[in-house]
Design a protein around this ligand. Structure first.
Ligand code: HEC
Length: 412
């Protein structure tokens, strides 16, 4: 039973695995080269310098970006292919776990590397990912503080993510790459030599054709901004989060953290299961979980950023002509509702200390119009298609009170 899959499938799998290893080794070398020039504190400036200089340094920066996308996409394809052909039994175990480690470190390298240009999109997406960690009940605030290396996004966050990107994750990737390329017990399935440079060629072509754009440098406001579109690789998690949130507001963390965790655990344990439990029972279970994640991503995911991931959402500008007088009693009732309805879970007490959502201290400057809050809180996605805030089914009166509270400038 463990001799799945047979040639020629085995040969194609070996070819893809080896091709990914070739790409990975190239990527690691390019990363080392770039690391010499990248200065953590001046991330935006040092990357902008590489890109504007042109020639090889511009090409290598673009290659580094596209190779990271190609590695992740290739690893997902490999895992899916191994899954459906049953390539996780005894002979394939090493390959299977290597592919999982390759995809896992590739994903985290992608997420951490995405921050390094330190443009507005980079910082905002980092803040969004950390805020999702912050939504897990009980451990959330602790978790988001670990991820950000402090109570909020700052220089320490960049140091931590860069250390992970340069030391820890490449270490895991090296081991995974060795596991993918190692002939091991699958001796008969020799890769198709020419095709092993296919993944590398894709990355080279994309780098030449598209290049690597860089956005405006991030400012302090971006450390609390949520207007960036998420990259394609976190799309299923965002979708699952929104899916759960639309069933029970505030339960999004089950989709964003618990569900992907279960899928990952099931995949890691699969080789053990395949010997005891029949493959007929396991495959559908894992398959259904995975498909559910993809389906929910497609349904609730919103718009993913372009592959170059530099997109920001644009919203209608605040209309300063709408300065209506604040009604203090209504605002006070709104303050009570803000606590009672669980807004404080993500926005902190009186909205000034977000963990899972932004600080709302200055939101009245952004949105003076009470109607904006009513629309947004009832259904955030009707205002911002990619919003990750859950919708709240509140009465018209309650919405009006909350709107009055939020558009009221905070005391002090
Ligand atoms: C599960 C976490 C969560 C909960 C609970 C939550 N929010 Fe939010 N909120 C967010 C996130 C995340 C954003 C960031 C913007 C986005 O994704 O649309 C946000 C954004 C906002 C904004 C817009 C801020 C801006 O700068 O434009 C307002 C206003 C707001 N929330 C009000 C509320 C109110 C009122 C409640 C309670 C009824 C609430 N929120 C409950 C997560 C949450």
């Amino acid at each position: 039973m463990s001799d799945h899959p047979r040639p020629p499938t085995a040969r194609y799998l070996e070819t893809l695995a080896t091709g990914l290893a070739v790409l990975s080794v190239t990527q690691l070398l390019v990363g080392l080269w770039q690391g010499r020039e990248y200065e953590v504190g001046r991330g935006h400036a040092s990357l902008a310098a590489m890109l504007t200089r042109g020639g090889p340094s511009e090409f290598l920066a673009a290659f580094h970006l596209w190779a990271s996308h190609a590695m992740l996409a290739g690893a997902l394809l490999l895992i899916l292919w191994m899954l459906v052909t049953g390539a996780y039994g005894k002979e394939w175990r090493g390959r299977w776990w290597s592919a999982l480690a390759f995809a896992g470190s590739g994903l985290l390298l992608q997420v951490s590397g995405n921050l390094l240009p330190l443009d507005r999109h980079a910082v905002q997406t980092a803040v969004i990912e950390a805020s999702i960690a912050g939504r897990v009940p009980w451990v959330g605030p602790w978790l988001s503080e670990r991820v950000l290396a402090g109570p909020g996004f700052g220089a320490a966050t960049v140091d931590l993510w860069y250390a992970a990107h340069r030391l820890v994750l490449p270490g895991i990737l090296v081991v995974a790459t060795a596991g993918l390329a190692w002939p091991g017990r699958v001796r008969r399935a020799r890769p198709l030599a020419v095709a092993t440079i296919l993944p590398l060629s894709v990355a080279v072509l994309m780098a030449l054709a598209v290049g690597a754009p860089i956005g405006e440098p991030a400012g302090p406001a971006d450390a609390n901004g949520y207007d960036a579109l998420p990259g394609w690789y976190v799309w299923p998690m965002h979708g699952a989060m929104k899916g759960f949130d639309s069933v029970v507001p505030g339960w999004g963390w089950i989709g964003a953290v618990v569900l992907p965790g279960l899928v990952a655990t099931a995949l890691v344990l699969l080789p053990f299961g395949s010997q005891r439990v029949s493959r007929r029972a396991l495959l559908p279970t894992v398959g259904i979980l995975g498909l559910a994640l993809v389906a929910v991503g497609a349904f609730f995911g919103g718009r993913p950023a372009s592959l170059i991931a530099d997109e920001m959402l644009t919203e209608e500008p605040a209309d300063s002509a709408l300065v209506l007088a604040i009604r203090p009693e209504l605002a006070a009732r709104g303050a009570t509702l803000f606590k009672a309805r669980g807004c404080v879970r993500c926005h902190g007490l009186d909205g000034s200390k977000g963990s899972g959502g932004p600080d709302l201290t200055f939101v009245h400057r952004k949105h003076p119009d009470p109607d904006w809050y009513r629309r947004f809180v009832r259904n955030p996605r009707s205002v911002r298609p990619n919003s990750t805030m859950p919708a709240f089914a509140l009465s018209e009166d309650d919405l009006t009170a909350i709107a009055e509270y939020l558009r009221n400038p905070r005391p002090n």
